[in-house]
Design a binder for this molecule. Structure first.
Ligand code: BEZ
Length: 397
């Protein structure tokens, strides 16, 4: 018997159990013990490598939300099971399988890297496990491969880069090139930037790339001054972004540098003066002046001892989304129809501002234009207002 069939049987017997539970309300003590089984939450995230800090911030922010809820979601204790995916796509199906089949998690929150997400997606599309993507932006997950049990609390790679392209064209730039890692996040963000920048009358040359997670930037940097561009756009994140920005400045390149906001997100203390003046677009900014953001940043800093960033916000919102769904079904995660209905209708008060869930189960949100000033990603405008990913090819709606 396949694991898939096994799981189906498990789910059916859980549902039968739930029906029996209603009928047996005359036995409150015994049955309420069964109902209070901890909710197993699997976190499949990078805790090592260039994206380690991103995984740590997502995790800490989830813990912040659970603590705010008194350690329980919809009355159920939360048992967190962490797995380091090392941002290695080749290990992703096996790692996701461990959480789903061996650990039998009720919900999987993961991950950061778009390639690893594809491995998770294959596993959870088959198992039907509720999955919340707290970062990875690969379009397929909420486009042509969308499934009813997978939601994002993050973005698609297209969204911030599209916003950057809009803002760059609006600011009068005319010719650009995208410099990035050669994998889904780099390619899809480059495509989003190109789409918007060319719509605004600009031209984008073929991207300059290197394999993930390499940081041998010198051969790419050496080409930039001779390309005849008036702007350089970029996607890098985590440790790679720190190094790219520092080497860009050290190379003495005078062309303005912009990008998807990950380029300067969670990286500013390490980038220092090299990042000052860089403009990027993202669904978050440090100084967003709303009550939720102010309270969240304080709670995160108190726990982590460092400033919050977009990764922390996405982790917090993954937990907010899960809490909201569970509250709608009073902790009965097996009540899938009502759980998904609540998640799809979710309106969340996020530190990034109000967000909603699109028909393809991605986040609809503002994309802010930010500028690094005094070591902060200061919001200087809105690059794209309430932007939804097109969700092309998703048939859930
Ligand atoms: C991605 O692989 O999708 C990704 C990684 C880090 C930051 C943003 C996107």
């Amino acid at each position: 018997m396949s694991d898939l069939v096994n799981r189906g049987i498990l789910r059916r017997s859980m549902l039968k159990g739930a029906a029996a539970l209603t009928a047996a309300s005359a036995l409150p003590t015994r049955w309420s013990i069964a109902q209070e089984k901890p909710l197993k939450v699997g976190l499949m995230l990078p805790y090592s490598g260039t994206y380690a800090q991103l995984g740590e911030n997502i995790t800490t922010a989830i813990e912040v939300l659970v603590a705010e809820k008194g350690g329980k979601l919809a009355g159920r204790e939360v048992q967190i099971i962490k797995l380091d995916d090392e941002s290695k796509p080749e290990n992703a199906p096996q790692n996701a399988d461990r959480l789903v089949k061996r650990d039998q998690v009720d919900v999987l929150i993961g991950t950061v890297h778009s390639g690893v997400q594809m491995g998770i997606h294959k596993v959870v599309s088959e198992s039907g496990t509720l999955t919340i993507v707290p970062n990875a932006g690969n379009g397929a997950v909420t486009r042509e491969l969308c499934v009813k049990n997978v939601f994002r609390s993050s973005f698609t790679n297209w969204q911030p880069a599209y916003g950057m392209g809009v803002a760059a064209a609006r600011n009068g730039f005319r010719k650009s090139v995208w410099v990035t890692w050669d994998y889904a996040a780099g390619a899809e963000s480059g495509a989003g930037f190109k789409e918007a920048f060319e719509k605004g009358g600009g031209e984008v040359l073929p991207s300059l790339t290197l394999p993930f997670p390499q940081t041998n930037f010198q051969p790419l940097l050496a080409q930039l001054p001779g390309l005849g561009v008036d702007l350089v756009g970029s996607f890098f994140a985590g440790g790679g972004a720190v190094q790219f920005v520092k080497e860009y400045r050290a190379a003495g390149i005078k062309l303005p540098l912009c990008g998807s906001g990950f380029l300067t997100e969670g990286t500013l203390p390490a980038q220092g003066a090299a990042a000052e003046g860089i403009e990027t677009a993202l669904h978050y900014g440090d100084g967003l002046d709303n009550a939720k953001n102010i309270a969240f940043r304080k709670a995160f800093k108190d726990k982590a001892g460092r400033e919050a960033d977009v990764y922390a916000v996405q982790g917090y919102d993954a937990a907010q989304l899960l809490a909201l769904g569970l509250e709608a079904v009073r902790g009965k995660i097996e009540d899938e129809a009502n759980l998904y209905k609540a998640l799809r209708a979710a309106k969340i008060d996020s530190p990034r501002g109000p967000i909603s869930i699109s028909p393809a189960q991605n986040v609809t949100q503002n994309i802010y234009l930010r500028k690094v000033e005094g070591g902060m990603n200061k919001v200087v405008g809105i690059a794209a207002d309430n932007l939804a990913d097109p969700g092309t090819g998703c048939k859930l709606a």
